[in-house]
Design a protein around this ligand. Sequence first.
Ligand code: ATP
Ligand code: MG
Length: 377
Amino acid sequence: MEKEFNPFLVSGYRGAKYFCDRESETAVIKKNINNNINTTLFAIRRTGKTGLLHHVFETYAKNTKVACVYVDILSSVNLKEFTNQLATVIYNRFPENQGIGKKVIQAIKLLRPLISFDTLSGSPELSFELGETKQYEKTIQQLFSFLDSQNKKIIFAIDEFQQILEYPEKNTEAILRTHIQTLKNTNFIFCGSNQKMMHEIFNSAKRPFYASCSNLHLDFINPDKYAEFIWRIFAEHKRKINKQSIDLIINFTSCHTFYTQYFCNYLFASGIKNIELTDVQKTAIEILQLNESTFFQYRNLLTNAQWQLLHAISKEEKLYKAHSNSFLSKYRLGTSSMVSRGIEALLEKEMIFYNTSVGNSYYETYDKFLMRWMQHK
Ligand SMILES: Nc1ncnc2c1ncn2[C@@H]1O[C@H](COP(=O)(O)OP(=O)(O)OP(=O)(O)O)[C@@H](O)[C@H]1O
Ligand SMILES: [Mg+2]
């Protein structure tokens, strides 16, 4: 029997039907685009940044005057690889037999890239063998300006943008900023999963991108909207689920997009037609058991003191006062400076995040399943 499509996605984007809310954020990005303003998208990990980029793109799918280009640069380690990825996505984005495709392909070929084929997907990959950084800079400029001159609005989303800080070419930010500034028909959306590095690039007064974009903060999805979405998707697939069960899912996963999606995906896959609260409780336990080996791996990556601190933060769920006597003594965490060092390390390893988007900032464990698992230990 063919496996039923699981409508709760845990990777990729499959259209507005399977995408919950994000209406106001979509509107803000589109307004920026209409006004020729570049956007920087800030959010903690796994809230749905990449999904939102594709959701915005989908709204332009039938608009022949707009072309959207998406590039994820996480795997690039230097300017050469950045240039190769840029050329590859542009080459693959505009098929030769459609629209401006022919012109794009001819223009790229003039830059003399080597064209190979990915062994898994079979799609073309471009690479340049140029001597110096300057030549890569020139190629980037040529790629951007060529697209910019095509009488189309180009929307360029660069995902995992913080990766440029890892390049040995320390002037990458300046290079990109200089060329981006000169474009007339191209708008950028910069997005990244490492908040600290993204803030460094865009909010530090000494750096090239400072104050050059409109910042958009992506928060968690509104729980009521998420509840309605979950109910609708189950109903459309002839499943029944009551409000109490949905509330438990949202609560258990703290409405953190990836974890809520994962939970619903798992529950959907169980095939239960009439979902009761006990089914949701059973699913929660199963998910924690399934992930236990990952939790033990986390433990191996941390010192004992860091693990104890993570445990304490998980138990608190939201930790508002990390240095209060009551927190230190409740979990026997030693001195305030020991906790400071521990928090630094846990933030660095992305085991916790600091939520500053609310009035009263707090620390919270990133992995919602690890958090629930620790709360039961
Ligand atoms: N609004 C949404 N409705 C339903 N599912 C969503 C929504 N946003 C994201 N998702 C799903 O949640 C998962 C995580 O989303 P996504 O990868 O977009 O997050 P991210 O913030 O880019 O994560 P990372 O920080 O790891 O890059 C994906 O499986 C995606 O399909
Ligand atoms: Mg992402």
